[in-house]
Design a protein around this ligand. Structure first.
Ligand code: SF4
Ligand code: SF4
Length: 573
C-alpha cells in the first residue's frame, strides 16, 4: 500500500492505482467527462485535474499513477477555477435547451455546471451550427451537444469492435463523425446503443417511438398490443425508486393495462418458442452434418455485425427470428385468428432493452404479406417515460398476469436476459430431444456471469458438445476469427452484442452501475431457481401453440413465420 497526503490528510492507495482511482476508493469524487471505469484513461477532458502541492502544477488524476508520499489538493482555488472554466467553455458552445432535452436532469454536463456553481454566462462564443443525424433507425446524433469527450468513440472501437464513429478534422474543427461524415445509416454502426450509455449529454440518443405509440393508443380503430423483453422486469426498479434488480413483472403487466394496451405479452414466451425452434435446428445440424458451429441470431446488433464483418459465417447463423420478431409474427397470425382481428388492425408494440431492436423491427425480412411483425419498439427508458406520462404510480399497483394465449413462460425463456441464458435454455431442450430425458441438474455454471467469453464442453448422451458464449462484439470477433482459422471443437455459440447481455443493453436506464447490473443478473437466476417450469418444452401455452397452429418445430408454418435469412451488407468502413 502507498501513503498519499490529500488535502492535508493521509489516505492509502494500492500500488498501480491512478490518483483518480485512489481518490474514488477513499470517498473523494473527482469530476471527469472522458473517463470510463475499467478502461485505460484518455485524459481528454482535463476536468479531473488536481494540484501538486509542492509544485503548484495541475495534473490529470485519471492518467497519473498514485505515488508514495505524494501531496495533492483536490479542491484548491486553482483546481476549482480550472474545472469551472472548462465547464463554462463547454457551455459556451452548447445549446441552451435543457428544459426540452431528453437528458434534462440526467446530463453530466448539467450536473457539473450545478456542482461548480456556474450561475452566469461569463464566456460567450459563437454556437456551432450542426444538423441532427436522423438517418439511423435506432440512434440520433446531435453534434451540437457533443463535448468531444471521446467515450463513444472508444466504446464503439474497443468494446464493440465496430469503429463506426471517430474524431474527424483538426483543431477547433474537430467533431465526432462517421466515414465521409455521412449519415449513421451508411456506416458500420450496428445500432447497439452502447455509445448512448456512455455519452454524458444528449449528443447520442435513441430514435424515439414514444409519440407514435401515444397517438395509436388513442386510436379506437386499432388494437394496440404490447410485448416486453425478459430483462425489462428486472431493469426499471431503480428508475421508479425501488431496489435495483427487483423483479416487478406483475406490476408491469398492471401498468401496461392501465396505460391502455389491449393485449399484454411477455417476450419470454416467444423466447421459449425460439428455444423450441433453435434447439431443433441445432440437433438437426449436428445429426445431419449441417453447418457448424451454429450461432444464435437473437441479437440484432450481432446479426448486422455478422452481415458486415463476417459474411462468410452467415450460413452458421441460426435461421430463427429473434423472440421479438417471433412474438410479432405470432401476434399477427395466431393471435389475430383467435381474437378474430385483422392483422392490419393490430398495432404491435415491443418494449426492449435494446436500441438495435428498432432497426430489427424495420428490416424488410421481418414482414408477412407486406405487414410488419412489429410496428414500434420502445426502449426501457421510453417505458419509464410512458409510465410517467400516464401518471401511473407503480407503488400503488397490485401485480397482474400477462394475457393468454402467449403470456406464459418458463424460466428458461426468462434467462434470455443474461449473457449465457439463451445457450443454457437451448441446452436444456436439446438434451431432452437428444436423450429423451431431462437434465439431472439444469444449471450450467461455466456459462453464467458477466465475463466477456465463456466456454465449456457438455456431455449430452453420446455427444460431446462444445459451447461458447461471448458478449461485447470485440470478444465475438476474437472467437470468430478462431473459427475462420479452422477451430472445430465448438458446436454452438451464443453472441450478444452488449457486454453482459440484454440486462446491460443500449436501451436500458443510463448511469446503471456495476452493482445494479449484477443485481439484475442475480434476479434472473433467482427466478430460474424458484420457478417450477424450467424448460421451454414444458410451457403449456407453447405446447398448445404447436398443437393448434404450428404443428411442429421446423415445420412448414414455423418456416413461414418464425425463420428468416440474412445476407452480406455493404457499408462505408
Ligand atoms: S450504436 Fe454501437 S455500433 Fe453504433 S456508433 Fe454506437 S457504439 Fe458504435
Ligand atoms: S457524442 Fe457524447 S460520448 Fe461521444 S464524444 Fe460527444 S459527448 Fe462524448
Amino acid at each position: 500500500m502507498l501513503n498519499l497526503e490529500v488535502n492535508n490528510q493521509i489516505i492509502q492507495a494500492k500500488k498501480g492505482d491512478t490518483i483518480l482511482e485512489a481518490l474514488n476508493k477513499n470517498g473523494i469524487n473527482v469530476p471527469t467527462l472522458c473517463h470510463i471505469k475499467g478502461m485505460l484513461p484518455s485524459g481528454a477532458c482535463r476536468l479531473c485535474v488536481i494540484e501538486q502541492k509542492e509544485t503548484g502544477k495541475l495534473i490529470p488524476s485519471c492518467s497519473y499513477p498514485a505515488e508514495e508520499g505524494m501531496q495533492i489538493l483536490t479542491n484548491s482555488p486553482k483546481v476549482n477555477e480550472a474545472r469551472k472554466t472548462i465547464i463554462e467553455l463547454l457551455l459556451a458552445d452548447h445549446p441552451d435547451d435543457c428544459l426540452f432535452c431528453v437528458r434534462n436532469k440526467n446530463c453530466e454536463l448539467q450536473t457539473l455546471a450545478e456542482s461548480y456553481h456556474v450561475r452566469e454566462r461569463r464566456i460567450r462564443g459563437k454556437k456551432s451550427d450542426y444538423h441532427l443525424d436522423l438517418s439511423s433507425a435506432s440512434i440520433v446524433r446531435d453534434q451540437a451537444k457533443c463535448v468531444l469527450c471521446g467515450r463513444c468513440v472508444r466504446v464503439c472501437d474497443e468494446v464493440m469492435g465496430v469503429s463506426a464513429i471517430d474524431f474527424v478534422n483538426r483543431g477547433s474543427d474537430v467533431i465526432v463523425s462517421t466515414t465521409f461524415n455521412k449519415g449513421l445509416n451508411t456506416s458500420s454502426c450496428v445500432n447497439c446503443g452502447q455509445c448512448i450509455m456512455v455519452c454524458p449529454t444528449a449528443a447520442l440518443t435513441e430514435k424515439s417511438h414514444f409519440p407514435e405509440v401515444i397517438d395509436v393508443l388513442a386510436d379506437p380503430k386499432k388494437r394496440v398490443v404490447v410485448q416486453y423483453a425478459p430483462s425489462i422486469t428486472v431493469s426499471i426498479a431503480e428508475e421508479v425508486g425501488m431496489k435495483p434488480g427487483k423483479d416487478i413483472n406483475g406490476i408491469i403487466n398492471a401498468a401496461l393495462r392501465k396505460i391502455g394496451f389491449e393485449g399484454i405479452f411477455d417476450t419470454s414466451f416467444s423466447a421459449d418458442l425460439t428455444i423450441m425452434e433453435e434447439s431443433a435446428e441445432l440437433v438437426d445440424r449436428v445429426v445431419n452434418n449441417g453447418q457448424l458451429p451454429m450461432i444464435t441470431s437473437c441479437c440484432p446488433g450481432w446479426v448486422k455485425y455478422a452481415e458486415e464483418f463476417f459474411p462468410d459465417l452467415i450460413p452458421n447463423l441460426s435461421s430463427c427470428k429473434s423472440p421479438q420478431q417471433m412474438m410479432g409474427a405470432i401476434i399477427k397470425s395466431y393471435y389475430a385468428k383467435v381474437e378474430k382481428v385483422k392483422p392490419e388492425d393490430i398495432f404491435s408494440v415491443s418494449i426492449m432493452p435494446c436500441t438495435a431492436k428498432k432497426f430489427e423491427g424495420q428490416r424488410e425480412e421481418m414482414t408477412q404479406n407486406g405487414i410488419s411483425d412489429v410496428d414500434a419498439v420502445l426502449t426501457t427508458r421510453e417505458l419509464v417515460e410512458l409510465i410517467k406520462f400516464y401518471g401511473i404510480d407503480l407503488e400503488k399497483l397490485e401485480p397482474e398476469l400477462a394475457d393468454s394465449p402467449l403470456g406464459m413462460r418458463s424460466s428458461a425463456g426468462k434467462m434470455f436476459a443474461n449473457s449465457g441464458g439463451v445457450m443454457e435454455a437451448a441446452i436444456r431442450t436439446a438434451h431432452k430431444t437428444i436423450t429423451g430425458k431431462e437434465m439431472v441438474k439444469f444449471q450450467v455454471p461455466a456459462i453464467r456471469g458477466t465475463k466477456g467469453r465463456k466456454e465449456t464442453k457438455l456431455q449430452i448422451g453420446d455427444l460431446e458438445l462444445g459451447v461458447a458464449v461471448v458478449s461485447g462484439l470485440a470478444n465475438a470477433a476474437e472467437l470468430l476469427k478462431e473459427i475462420q482459422n479452422g477451430r472445430k471443437d465448438i458446436h454452438f455459440i451464443e453472441v450478444m452484442a452488449c457486454p453482459g447481455g440484454c440486462i446491460a443493453g443500449g436501451g436500458q436506464p443510463i448511469n446503471t452501475d456495476e452493482d445494479a447490473l449484477k443485481a439484475r443478473m442475480r434476479s434472473i437466476y433467482k427466478i430460474d431457481e424458484n420457478d417450477s417450469i424450467k424448460v421451454s418444452h414444458k410451457n403449456t401455452e407453447i405446447i398448445e401453440l404447436y398443437d393448434n397452429f404450428l404443428e411442429k418445430p421446423l415445420g412448414h408454418k414455423s418456416h413461414e413465420l418464425l425463420h428468416t435469412n440474412y445476407k452480406e451488407r455493404d457499408v462505408l468502413l
